[in-house]
Design a protein around this ligand. Structure first.
Ligand SMILES: [Zn+2]
Length: 222
């Protein structure tokens, strides 16, 4: 369903046809939502869904779902739902694990990229970590930490004062999540699919070809 945004109260809402007024403030001229508004709307929706199921997930699953949400932007939902349905939810544990390894490979690549950028800015990560009361790391140059690196720093860990590293990604037991996930985890993925089922395919593209991506995943055996 198309999304609209109100220029007065910034409400973002779905509507099958062009709405005549904003349902919140009755402003007469809602506009078609921009890409940023589109992502904001779905990101908060999916974040709320995840938070609802997170307490009953394992710690690995909670961290892993953060990665999945990070890598699958709402605008690409058409592709994401294809992947989640056929290569995760309805796939054998082996195929599902391959899919997960591809996502892990990609997330690791982005973290490494962010680290290089951070070093070029002249900042160095420390091994020990102090955190503010809201959990934000108290580190020099936090504004220069890229999005993947920031996400890594938001991971749950057994010791919150040890700075996270690639081990926090590699130690996620993907075989366990692929083979014997909790009900809460599977339910989150189903709810995710349900939430984005109306997101249109970009440029009216037909079913995406997932095979090249899988080939890429297969070359990663870690
Ligand atoms: Zn409004």
């Amino acid at each position: 369903m198309p999304l609209y945004a109100c220029p007065r109260c910034h409400n973002i809402f779905p509507s099958p046809d062009k709405p005549s007024a904003c349902p919140e403030c009755s402003h007469k001229y809602p506009l078609v939502a921009s890409d940023v508004e589109f992502n904001t709307f779905y990101t908060s929706k999916l974040t709320r869904l995840r938070e609802g199921h997170a307490p009953a997930m394992t710690m690995d699953e909670r961290n892993w779902t953060l990665i999945l949400l990070f890598l699958n932007k709402p605008k690409m939902s058409f592709y994401t739902s294809h992947l989640l349905r056929n290569y995760v939810l309805e796939a054998t544990p082996e195929l599902c694990l391959d899919t997960y390894k591809g996502f892990r490979w990609e997330f690791t690549r982005r973290v490494k990229q962010d680290r290089i950028a951070l070093q070029l800015e002249g900042y160095k990560e420390s091994r020990l970590l102090m955190r503010r009361e809201d959990g934000t790391p108290l580190v020099k140059g936090w504004d220069s930490y890229g999005p993947a690196l920031r996400l890594l720093y938001s991971f749950e860990a057994t010791d919150p004062h040890k700075a996270p590293n690639l081990g926090n990604i590699n130690r996620i037991d993907l075989a366990q999540i692929a083979g014997a996930p909790t009900e809460a985890y599977r339910q989150f993925l189903s709810d995710w699919l349900e939430a984005v089922k109306d997101v249109p395919s970009p440029m009216g593209r037909i079913l995406p070809e997932a095979k090249p991506l899988l080939k890429l995943m297969k070359s990663d055996d870690t």
